[in-house]
Design a protein around this ligand. Structure first.
Ligand SMILES: Cc1cc2nc3c(=O)[nH]c(=O)nc-3n(C[C@H](O)[C@H](O)[C@H](O)COP(=O)(O)OP(=O)(O)OC[C@H]3O[C@@H](n4cnc5c(N)ncnc54)[C@H](O)[C@@H]3O)c2cc1C
Length: 307
C-alpha cells in the first residue's frame, strides 16, 4: 500500500470529496479516509443543492463524488483514522484503524459533526421518515403540515420560527427556553404552541411519524419532528495537535477564509467548522481547502528537499 502522500483528507462526505477533486487535479498525491456510509448526507434526500431540479438521494451524490475523486487520481481508503501526530520534519503521521500509518505534508479535517440525539424510542427507526435534525434542510417537505421542534436553545427556537412560515401548525417542546430576550419575544408573540417544562418520551409511527408522546402523557399529532439539540465536531482527534476551536461555542474547528487552522499544514472544511450544515457550504470549504492544502504541501516538500 502507498503510504506517502501530499494531502490526506479525513472524511469522505461532500467536503472531503470536493477537497480531493481539487487537490488531486493539481497533481498532488491525495488520500481520502472515512466511509461514505457514515456521511450525514448518505441517508438524506436533497432538493436545495445548486443545479438539481429534482430530488436526489445523498447516497447517489456520494457514489458519484467517490468516482469523480478516483478519476482524478485520489486514493480512497475505507478506513477511519485513530491518531494524528506531527513529526519534527513538519510532516504528519496518520494512524489508520488497520494499524498502518500514512505520512503527509498536509491534512484536511472533514469529519463532519455528530448530531445530539434525543435517545427516545422511535427516533432511530423513523429517521428520514419524519424525524430530521435539520430545519434548513427538510422544512419544505412539511408545507401546510403539523410539525414539532424539540430543543431548548436558539437553534430550536429559530427553527420553530422558520417552520411556522411553512408548516400549518408548529409545536415547540422544551425543558426550558435558554434563548435571548429578543428571540423569546418573537416566540411568545407568534402562533407557535410552546410545551415548556416538557420532554419527549417517544416518537410514534410505523412507516412514518404520526405523533410525539410527552412525559405528561400528551400526544401531539404531527408529521415531522425536528430535533434541534445542537451538534459536536469530531475534533478529539485534532486536539492532540493543538487545533484551536471557534471562540463562540468551543465546539467547532476554527478556520480562516483559506480554511487554514492555527496549525500550519492543517486545514478544515465542512460541518466540522460549524453551521450552516449544508452541502453547498461543505463543497465550498472543500474546494478552498483542497487547493490551499495542495499548494502548502508542494512548498513544504520542495523546501524539505532543498534543506
Ligand atoms: C437527515 C439529513 C438531511 C440533510 N438534508 C440536507 C439537505 O437537504 N441539503 C443540504 O444541503 N444538506 C443537508 N444535510 C446536511 C449535509 O448532509 C451536511 O451538511 C454534509 O453532509 C456535510 O458534509 P461534510 O463532508 O462536512 O460531513 P459528512 O458528510 O458528515 O462526512 C463526514 C465524513 O467523515 C468521516 N469520518 C468521521 N470520523 C472519521 C475519522 N476518525 N477518520 C476518518 N474519517 C472520519 C465519515 O466517515 C464521513 O465520511 C442533511 C443532513 C442530514 C443528517
Amino acid at each position: 500500500m502507498e503510504t506517502e502522500f501530499d494531502v490526506v483528507i479525513l472524511g469522505s462526505g461532500p467536503a472531503g470529496l470536493q477537497a480531493a477533486v481539487h487537490a488531486a487535479r493539481t497533481r498532488a498525491r491525495v488520500a481520502v479516509l472515512g466511509r461514505v456510509q457514515s456521511s450525514a448526507l448518505y441517508k438524506a434526500h436533497i432538493e436545495n443543492y445548486c443545479c438539481m431540479d429534482e430530488t436526489v438521494s445523498g447516497e447517489a451524490i456520494l457514489e458519484a463524488g467517490k468516482n469523480q475523486a478516483k478519476k482524478f487520481g485520489a486514493v480512497l481508503l475505507d478506513q477511519d483514522v485513530l491518531h494524528l501526530e506531527q513529526e519534527g520534519s513538519g510532516r504528519f503521521s496518520v494512524r489508520l484503524e488497520s494499524g498502518d500509518s500514512l505520512l503527509t505534508w498536509a491534512i484536511i479535517l472533514a469529519m463532519g459533526v455528530s448530531r445530539n440525539r434525543l435517545n427516545v424510542p422511535g427516533e432511530k427507526e423513523l429517521l428520514g421518515k419524519g424525524v430530521s435534525y435539520c430545519v434548513d434542510c427538510d422544512a419544505n417537505f412539511y408545507r401546510n403540515q403539523v410539525v414539532t421542534v424539540v430543543g431548548n436553545g436558539s437553534a430550536a427556537a429559530s427553527g420553530a420560527l422558520k417552520m411556522l412560515l411553512i408548516a400549518g401548525e408548529t409545536h415547540l417542546v422544551c425543558d426550558a427556553l435558554e434563548i435571548s430576550e429578543h428571540l423569546r419575544y418573537q416566540i411568545e408573540s407568534s402562533r407557535i404552541e410552546v410545551h415548556i417544562g416538557r420532554q419527549v418520551r417517544r416518537i410514534l409511527g410505523d412507516s412514518e411519524v404520526r405523533a410525539v408522546l410527552l412525559d405528561n402523557g400528551t400526544e401531539i399529532k404531527t408529521s415531522g419532528v425536528f430535533i434541534e439539540l445542537g451538534a459536536k465536531g469530531a475534533i478529539e482527534l485534532a486536539s492532540g495537535l493543538g487545533v484551536a476551536l471557534d471562540s463562540d461555542t468551543m465546539r467547532f474547528v476554527a478556520a480562516n477564509k483559506k480554511q487554514e487552522t492555527n496549525v500550519p499544514g492543517l486545514y478544515a472544511a465542512g460541518d466540522i467548522c460549524g453551521p450552516p450544515w449544508q452541502i453547498a457550504k461543505a463543497v465550498g470549504d472543500g474546494c478552498v481547502a483542497g487547493l490551499e492544502a495542495a499548494t502548502y504541501a508542494r512548498r513544504a516538500r520542495t523546501g524539505a528537499a532543498r534543506a
